[in-house]
Design a binder for this molecule. Structure first.
Ligand code: 2P0
Length: 326
């Protein structure tokens, strides 16, 4: 049987950086995100007894050997848990470039997990799917449930899962993704996280997360945009502070990133409610309410060095579609 899934990427408002268990991808802290509708991965999977190896194709580019290895590792895990002995044909495509600061590994492993189980004819609960996706890439578990999502830290594999706090229709926010560099990041997030405990500040950040999670959930519940934005920006800066003080330091920003960060503070002083957040790359996500989207875009267009702007709305979680890629 053939199955195809579409998965959104997600932007973390409270971020995941560092693992308590490398093999299971258990995080050091819980995180919270919003699914993004313009940056998706579509993946088709078919298991077939006639194949003599897994065949993995990226339709809009090339996978490195390391990336293929990681996909096959995920498939092997699914095969071992389901007593499946066939190899699989997999085709996948992104609506955005890999490494562009939109989390391709999040949408990628979410789509792979949902398509693979459907292709095997096995129905898992959403929670179980998030646990499998998490083992492919931590942030992928947050791309499976709908809309605004919490990934619980947990203390073992079954308790470290993601669930929807609010559906995508709950709040008409925008994530204006400002691309300032299309090249792949130099340090992968998996590699960068291995040094987290060399930062003298990681403990402080992790210790502060439960209170921050409670505060951001309250801001979401009350639809208090300014409170939400303040926490988003604060946690972004906290995470990058940890990254930049690791040994060796992991530094993702460039000059345009910093110009935008400064500008956002200035735009707020002028009365425009917009907040920034940045993942493991130089590109900047500007979070605002729908009513301010046009004003934010107008401001961003004045910044030299901006290569592209992608406007995201809150998105549904990962789901099956009938348009197969082969
Ligand atoms: C996040 N990031 O919460 C944070 C913000 C990067 C910065 O989740 O090793 O690619 O595959 O579990 O999920 C990126 O980490 O790492 C990430 P792995 P992942 O979105």
């Amino acid at each position: 049987m053939k199955a195809t899934a579409i998965a959104p990427s997600n932007i973390a408002f409270i971020k995941y950086w560092g693992k308590a268990d490398e093999a299971l991808r258990l995080p050091l802290n819980g995180s919270l995100s919003m699914n993004l509708d313009a940056t998706n991965t579509v993946t088709t999977v078919e298991f077939s007894p006639v194949l003599s190896r897994d065949e993995v194709t990226l339709l809009d580019g090339d996978f490195s050997d390391k990336e293929i290895e990681r996909i096959i590792k995920s498939l092997n895990l699914i095969r071992s848990k389901t007593n499946t002995y066939s190899f699989a044909r997999i085709a996948t495509k992104n609506t955005f470039p890999k490494g562009a600061g939109a989390a391709a590994s999040a949408s990628g492993f979410a789509a792979l997990t949902v398509a693979a189980f459907a292709a095997l004819g096995i129905t898992l609960s959403e929670k179980e799917l998030t646990v499998f996706a998490r083992m492919g890439s931590g942030s992928a578990c947050r791309s499976i449930p709908d809309g605004f999502v919490e990934w619980k830290k947990g203390n073992d594999s079954d308790s470290s899962y993601a669930y929807s706090l609010h559906p995508s229709t709950y709040w008409d926010l925008r994530d204006v993704l400002v691309i300032v560099d299309y090249r792949m990041k130099k340090i992968s997030t998996t590699e960068g996280q291995t040094g987290v405990k060399t930062s003298p500040f990681w403990r402080d950040r992790v210790a502060g997360i439960p209170a921050k999670m409670a505060a951001i959930k309250a801001a979401l519940k009350a639809k208090n945009f300014r409170a939400l934005g303040r926490i988003i920006e604060e946690d972004c800066l906290n995470m990058h502070h940890v990254m930049q003080t690791q040994n060796p330091p992991v530094y993702y920003w460039n000059d345009v990133t910093k110009t935008i960060m400064d500008s956002v503070v200035g735009w707020r002083k002028q009365g425009l409610p917009v907040y920034f957040t940045i993942d493991a790359g130089p590109n900047v996500h500007l979070v605002c309410e729908a009513k301010d989207e046009a004003a934010v875009i107008e401001k961003v267009q004045t910044v030299a060095g901006v290569e592209n702007i992608i406007v995201n709305r809150p998105a549904q979680g990962t789901h099956l579609i009938q348009d197969h890629l082969f």
